[in-house]
Design a protein around this ligand. Structure first.
Ligand SMILES: Nc1ncnc2c1ncn2[C@@H]1O[C@H](COP(=O)(O)OP(=O)(O)OP(=O)(O)O)[C@@H](O)[C@H]1O
Ligand SMILES: [Mg+2]
Length: 284
């Protein structure tokens, strides 16, 4: 698979503080890539560099084989969608008119009801006529999301897309993002939420203090960091921890035969556990 984003030894210095430090990784075309890290790790800074809003201090960042410093022109920007913060909407216009304005900018015709379609994806069909100034925080966030993928970009950057949303809306948006991804949009998203990362992402990178500490497929990472044990919960509440090997077979057999097994689960760590293990820091 070809790479759509390449970062090589990227560094960003703010005054005397390093925002990014020796940051290198690649994002493949077609994947949903999760960028995980605690507050201040450098997630937003990375997106700003990749979308041409900030210049790196040193190193190289390429998007579609174009240096990020040159991506900020209409020809390339048309291929990208970005949601980084909660500003930039016309407060006095309705949700629909805000999106119409962008649709016109992108030359999206009114014929194929694209605006209605994206409003449906972000669960705002009912709110189309509402003035943006009167929306809740979560609704505003969903309008910004809708705006970011209105033009079905090849590459979509989402900075904590579900941060202010309730679980039902988050799930609705996850479904929408999966659908968009199936149609060919590569998605780069940041999150503090390890469950979101696991549910949605093909690969994740753990960012800490400006550089990547670990990168991989969520399921594989969890297996890699697993201690290869299972917990068997017996009726009566007792919990037994067993290795996954044949040496546990007799115990399991006996308990099952007695009908004493309530539940069995593997003891794989969550992505959050792995992050704490590696960095000594919590993800949130
Ligand atoms: N414009 C700026 N001027 C000075 N320092 C900055 C600037 N932008 C970011 N930083 C610093 O760079 C580091 C990374 O910030 P960034 O916003 O990228 O973190 P983040 O991972 O997005 O955090 P959060 O999860 O809170 O959004 C922080 O220490 C921050 O203080
Ligand atoms: Mg941020």
């Amino acid at each position: 698979m070809t790479d759509i984003i390449t970062l090589n030894k990227l560094e960003k210095v703010f005054g005397n503080e390093k925002g990014l430090d020796d940051l290198s990784f690649r994002v493949k075309k077609g994947e949903i890539f999760g960028f995980l890290g605690p507050s201040g790790a450098g997630k937003t800074t990375t997106i700003k560099i990749l979308t041409g809003q900030l210049r790196p201090t040193s190193g190289q960042a390429d998007v579609f084989d174009v240096p990020s410093t040159k991506v900020n022109i209409p020809k390339h920007l048309k291929r990208i969608g970005v949601m980084t913060d909660t500003s930039g909407l016309y407060q006095r216009l309705s949700v629909y008119d805000n999106l119409r304005l962008y649709a016109d900018l992108y030359g999206i015709s009114q014929k194929d009801n694209r605006i209605d379609k994206v409003l449906e994806i972000v669960n705002l069909t009912e709110a189309g006529k509402k003035q943006v100034a009167k929306l809740s925080k979560g609704m505003t966030q969903r309008v910004l999301l809708a705006r970011a993928f209105l033009h079905e970009p090849e590459l979509l950057f989402l900075d904590e897309p579900t941060a202010a949303l309730d679980p039902a809306n988050s799930q609705h948006i996850h479904d929408g993002l999966r659908e968009l991804n199936k149609k060919g949009t590569t998605i780069f998203l940041t999150t503090h939420d390890m469950y979101e990362a696991e549910l949605l992402c093909d690969r994740v990178a753990f960012l800490n203090k400006g550089s990547v500490q670990l990168l991989g497929v969520p399921k594989a990472l969890r297996r890699q960091y697993s201690d290869n044990t299972i917990t068997v919960e017996l009726s009566g509440g007792e919990k037994k921890i067993l290795s996954k090997g044949p040496e546990s077979a007799q115990d399991m057999y006996d308990w099952l035969k007695m009908g004493a097994v309530e539940s069995v689960y593997t003891n794989e760590p969550t992505l959050g556990d792995i992050f704490v293990d590696l960095t000594g820091r919590e993800l949130v």
